[in-house]
Unconditional design. Structure first.
Length: 508
């Protein structure tokens, strides 16, 4: 089957596209369309046959019921019975919007649509394209997410085509979705109503309207042996091709743990994927890092989650490590989807973070233009068993300057570079419990010790390396002097690396 793709803008809907979609749906066909949550795969909800086609196209287990979408509130009474009194208030607040409510079904709804259940899930989406499609189709459109079962849900028409091209009649491309995660599911057949799937509408928001609601305890507890109440929640879902592992702990530990894993994987030549945020991105140097959004606004994370998971399918990674997110507001829904995508694989950051005597190494010279940056670059090129942030500082740096050109020429001839270097002033921020400070000369070490009261872990390079070979100062001399300096630094730095590796072994 050839899948027709039609574009339309939700602010200026093309009525011809809607008419075409309506006709296909009325004839029992399948049309994917945007909603504010994710793209849905629409079918006529009152036709047994159409439900069957939906399950086939998605490869979805047929005991996993579909959500029926309506465009007008009055239509609810045609497909649901014994609708509880609170429904009006909930609908007034949250419909149209990302809320699905479960009721007893009426006789006109076929069991194919409800996966054999006597209850029906109903939602009234707010996306205007969705509303128009539903009306054009006759008012009742079942629409699960328009992906292959088990894959991340689609948030663009392109995602739909990746999974379903050739398997469905039509896709309406209405651009990117707004929320990016599926609706909150609230079971109205129990008292108080129970959240079966977390989403953009949270328990606090329900509470303000109808008082406390309960929450299906299986939603996040991966330890739970019980079956979730929404049949679809029992399957592994939203999964990228690579193994996804959630790293849990406080954010600092999560970053350190992921850095260690990424560094070890890098040394084995097998990069890992990393899911990071605006705030944590700069901390990752190894691995394939993708930014999922900002922790300041978790809605951005919700919106990007499935796209990022899909993008990792294009990368040569076997494992993806994700930071975790606060369980507040939409954070609960984000963690719920991540946990499902990970098949509940998670690790404790604190258990991974290794004791490490030093996390950062700073070489200090007088102007931070030659010896210091050369030593730092040499150490970065050593085989180190643990990961360190390695850089250099100067005792008198008035303004940032690139590295000395002769130093750069020598490094270049050895296959390294100081291209990215810019000189920086040493300050007391550089004196920390886990920072190793290596001064290029006795004079510089003494200067640090006299200028800063709390000078910890300060050694000369010779001292730490256990080798007293004098480091020549090439400043103002010809290139050969820089070459001689390079050779001495190289031998000393190798000894520093060996010592660090011995320290690392003692601490594993
Ligand atoms: P999707 O359409 O992909 O968003 O998935 C629909 C979700 O709604 C699945 O997790 C279903 O198990 C759930 N669902 C649909 N109908 C019912 C129902 N009658 N009772 C409980 N859960 C339902
Ligand atoms: Mg789905």
């Amino acid at each position: 089957m050839e899948t027709i793709v039609r574009k339309t803008d939700k602010n200026q809907i093309d009525t011809e596209v809607i008419r075409e979609a309506g006709e296909i749906l009325r004839n029992g066909g399948l049309v994917a369309f945007p909603t504010e949550t994710v793209y849905g795969l629409g079918a006529d909800a009152l036709k047994e046959e159409a439900a069957k086609k939906t399950y086939e196209a998605k490869g979805r287990p047929s005991d996993n019921p579909l959500i029926v979408h309506i465009a007008d509130y009055e239509d609810l009474k045609k497909i649901a019975v014994n609708i509880p009194a609170e429904t009006d208030a909930l609908a007034a607040h949250f419909w149209p919007g990302p809320l699905t409510m479960i009721f007893e079904k009426s006789d006109i709804v076929p069991y194919g649509t409800t996966g054999g259940l006597d209850t029906i899930a109903v939602r009234m989406p707010s996306d205007p394209i969705a509303a128009e499609v539903i009306r054009a189709a006759g008012g009742f459109v079942s629409a699960p997410s328009a992906n292959t079962s088990g894959r991340p849900s689609p948030t663009t028409a392109q995602h739909v085509l990746e999974d379903l091209n050739g398997r469905i009649d039509m896709v309406i491309d209405g651009g990117s979705v707004d929320i990016g995660l599926e609706s909150t599911i609230l079971d109205m057949t129990v008292d108080p109503p129970m959240i079966l799937r977390p989403g953009a509408i949270t328990s606090d928001m329900f509470e303000e309207v109808i008082g406390p609601v309960s929450v299906d305890e299986t939603i996040l507890g991966s330890e739970s042996e019980k079956a979730p109440k929404a049949p679809g929640m029992k399957y592994r879902h939203y999964a990228p091709k690579a193994k996804l592992i959630i790293v849990e702990g406080d954010l600092r530990d999560e970053i350190l743990a992921i850095r260690q894993i990424a560094y070890a994987a890098h040394r084995e030549g097998k990069p890992v994927g990393i899911i990071a945020t605006d705030e944590t991105l700069p901390f990752y140097k190894y691995g394939i890092v993708k930014n999922i959004g900002t922790r300041e606004n978790e809605k951005t994370i919700a919106r990007n989650l499935y796209r990022v998971l899909r993008e990792f399918d294009e990368e040569a990674v076997d494992a993806i490590y994700s930071e975790s997110f606060a369980m507040q507001g939409i954070g609960k829904a984000i963690m719920n989807r991540l946990e499902k995508a990970a098949g509940h694989l998670r690790v404790s950051a604190a258990a991974i973070v290794k004791e490490q005597r030093y996390r950062r190494i700073i070489f200090v010279s007088s102007t931070d233009s030659a010896q210091g940056p050369m030593a730092a670059e040499l150490l970065r090129n050593e085989e180190l068993e643990q990961e360190y942030v390695i850089d250099s500082r100067g005792m008198v740096v008035l303004f940032p300057e690139p590295a000395n050109q002769k130093a750069e020429a020598i490094m270049k001839s050895a296959g390294m570079t100081l291209e990215d270097h810019s000189s920086r002033q040493f300050d007391d921020e550089n004196l920390q419990n886990d920072v190793l400070v290596l001064a290029i000369s006795d004079a510089i070490k003494n200067k640090i010790l006299t200028e800063y009261k709390k000078a910890e872990n300060v050694y000369t390079l010779n001292e730490f390396a256990g080798d007293s070979t004098e480091i020549p100062d090439p400043y103002g001399k010809p290139l050969t002097a820089y070459g001689e300096c390079y050779e001495v630094l190289k031998a000393l730095v190798r000894k520093v690396a060996e010592k660090l590796n011995v320290l690392a072994e003692g601490e594993e």
